[in-house]
Ligand binder design. Structure first.
Ligand code: MN
Ligand code: MN
Length: 262
């Protein structure tokens, strides 16, 4: 069974805010009569025996918000659920992975993003959306981190990649035949700015030259491994055009559910 959890946290964004409004807009697109709810591999995401919508969390701020995200996800995992979280900014992935690492000791993470999000310290906020994967790796919460779509590397981020042994598939080297092999459980974190802004304009940080929607879906379809959860983050409705990025988020949600339940 898959649980969908809305995490409308926005306080760790930099530059502009907006992602707090994202989860319900993605769910509205997911349920829209404009499309059916069948993943491409045939899994029916409209089946209540497959998918439960937990609604949006009521969040406080700071460490208390992070703790309640961790505890909520932990509770779902403990009752046997695979959790797909809808952000929110990318800072939510750290407490989610804290919860996952309690139950999955040899976790792999597949991370789509324009940015590696490995800053040791960004604007003096350890929970910044630019830092979740630094927090995850320095705490030893994942045995393997593979990043796809990266196109913003600076010297500090390159140092962090070496320090943590991150496997980075930079966008300039991306090939559509990419077929990743994982041993053990896989968590998939999708920052929508990993896509090209032509496909997903509703993000805070536009980085041209990214993945197409099809390319991202194919990486998920073509990967080998047991997917146990994921997140879709950084949708910013204030920057969107005709909700098209919400529809892309709903499509990726459908394909994630399909992959988890195949
Ligand atoms: Mn990003
Ligand atoms: Mn990110």
């Amino acid at each position: 069974m898959t649980s969908i959890l809305g995490i409308p946290l926005d306080e760790n964004s930099s530059f502009v805010t907006g992602p707090a409004k994202a989860p319900r807009l993605i769910m509205d697109a997911f349920h829209s009569d404009a499309s059916n709810m069948i993943a491409e591999n045939g899994v029916n995401c409209g089946d209540p025996n497959t998918v439960t919508d937990l609604g949006d969390m009521q969040l406080s701020t700071g460490k208390a918000a992070m703790d309640s995200i961790r505890k909520t996800v932990q509770k779902e995992i403990n009752r046997g659920q695979k959790v797909i979280s809808l952000g929110g900014d990318h800072s939510i992935t750290f407490p989610i992975i804290q919860a996952y690492s309690q139950s999955y000791s040899d976790l792999n993470i597949l991370h789509f993003d324009a940015h590696p999000d490995l800053y040791d310290n960004f604007e003096n906020n350890p929970y910044s959306h630019a830092s979740p994967f630094a927090r995850i790796m320095e705490n030893g919460l994942a045995k393997r981190l593979v990043q796809v779509g990266i196109r913003t590397l600076n010297d500090h981020q390159k140092d962090q990649i070496k320090r943590f042994g991150v496997e980075v598939i930079e966008m300039r080297n991306f090939v559509s035949t990419l077929s990743l092999q994982f041993e053990g459980p896989v968590y998939i974190s999708i920052d929508l700015d990993g896509l090209d802004p032509a496909f997903a304009p509703g993000v805070s940080h536009h980085e041209p030259g990214g993945l197409s929607t099809r390319e991202l879906i194919n990486v998920i379809h073509q990967m080998d491994g047991q997917v146990v959860g994921g997140d879709i983050v950084e949708y910013n409705p204030d920057r969107d055009i005709h909700n098209m990025t919400a529809v892309v988020g709903a499509k990726l949600l459908t394909e994630l559910i399909g992959k988890i339940n195949e």
